[in-house]
Design a protein around this ligand. Structure first.
Ligand code: AFP
Length: 331
């Protein structure tokens, strides 16, 4: 018996009597399609001459890769055509883009990092697309209505382009579930309908080269992870989504702390930190900026960045304790 396909799975969790449930299912299927289209291009990148940069920089001042641009356009094109969500916010677009085609669409905001870890594109190392689907307050006229915290996510997940392509998501109607792309039929197949992150692990993922620029609390945290626990191992791909996926399977913690020069760090809240934080929490893990849950932070702008710590609950608890001890000592 072959494994359940994504379409079969989505059909089984969709409430036939609810327009809302149908809409969420259609949105998830569209994101999975985007994942398949991007996955195909990632595999052809060397043959299609799509390596390298476009020569432009994005809103974060980073060089845009040709594949970043392609992946962003895949999302825009698919959602412009079907009009299922009101607004898109992407790492690669300076401002939110309106694509909705009916009243129901206006209740949904889709945020995404079309290609996370793009510095790894040209070296054939795992990258992925991260998304968050937010429900917007009804009839709100406030201008900042798009600035939603991770606690108002109703679905989130990622497509991972590694040796195989995975699609992992959580929604109001499901647990965290994992699929793998069956290339022979072009469909994702279910591998786990209730993913749980191990409670503890020796793995930590951080860019150690930033050590001299961290504050003393963060230095203490990383010293502890390195030498203060019974066992310790560093694994850092440089694609958050890749590090996150490994940690979901094996346990571990991913950290991207702020530095003295850049206290909020680099990870974008609305389409990187919050969606992955929500997945981790729904899978039994934890997520913090050191002092508060990542799910409680209300973004000040679509591209808001925040210090990020996500992973196995026991390790994250230990990290929170070190931060809070330092905070108390400073008072
Ligand atoms: P890009 O998607 O712009 O490549 O950023 C990737 C990322 O946000 C995250 O996926 C990595 O873990 C992190 O940056 C790597 O940053 P450092 O090179 O500073 O470690």
């Amino acid at each position: 018996m072959k494994r359940t396909t994504l379409s079969q799975f989505i059909n089984s969790v969709t409430d036939d009597s609810s327009k809302d449930s149908h809409r969420i299912s259609d949105i998830i299927m569209t994101i999975a399609l985007a994942g398949k289209m991007i996955s195909r291009q990632v595999r052809e990148v060397w043959l299609d001459g799509m390596v390298g940069e476009t020569g432009t920089t994005n809103v974060h001042g980073e060089q845009v890769k040709k594949l970043d641009d392609f992946a962003n356009e895949v999302f825009v094109e698919l959602f412009r055509r079907n009009g299922l969500v009101g607004t898109l916010i992407s790492e690669e677009m300076g401002a939110p883009v309106h694509v909705g085609s009916d009243d129901l669409a206006e209740e949904f905001l889709l945020t995404y990092d079309p290609l996370d870890g793009s510095s790894n594109i040209d070296v054939n190392v795992t990258i992925g697309s991260i998304f968050g689907l937010y429900r917007l307050p009804k009839d709100s006229s406030a201008e900042d209505v798009l600035l939603q915290p991770g606690s108002s996510l109703i679905a989130c997940g990622y497509a991972l382009y590694g040796p195989a392509t995975n699609f992992v998501f959580w929604s109001e109607h499901t647990s965290v579930c994992c699929f793998i792309l069956d290339m022979s039929i072009g469909e994702f197949r279910l591998t786990d309908r209730d993913m749980k992150i191990p409670e503890n692990s020796e793995i930590y993922s951080v860019n150690d080269a930033h050590y001299p620029k961290w504050d003393s609390a963060t230095q203490e945290v990383v010293d502890y992870l390195r030498t203060g626990r019974k066992e310790s191992a560093t694994r850092y791909i440089g694609s958050l989504v890749g590090d996150f996926h490994r940690n979901m399977l094996k346990g571990g913690v991913y950290l991207y702390p702020g530095t003295v020069d850049s206290p909020t760090g680099k990870i974008r809240l609305m389409y990187e930190a919050a969606p992955l934080a929500r997945l981790a929490v729904e899978a039994g893990g934890k997520a913090t900026d050191g002092y508060q849950s990542l799910l409680d932070i209300v973004p000040e702008s679509p591209h808001h960045t925040c210090p990020t710590v996500i992973g196995s609950s026991k390790v994250v608890d230990e990290i929170i304790e070190i931060y809070s001890k330092n905070h108390t000592n400073k008072k």
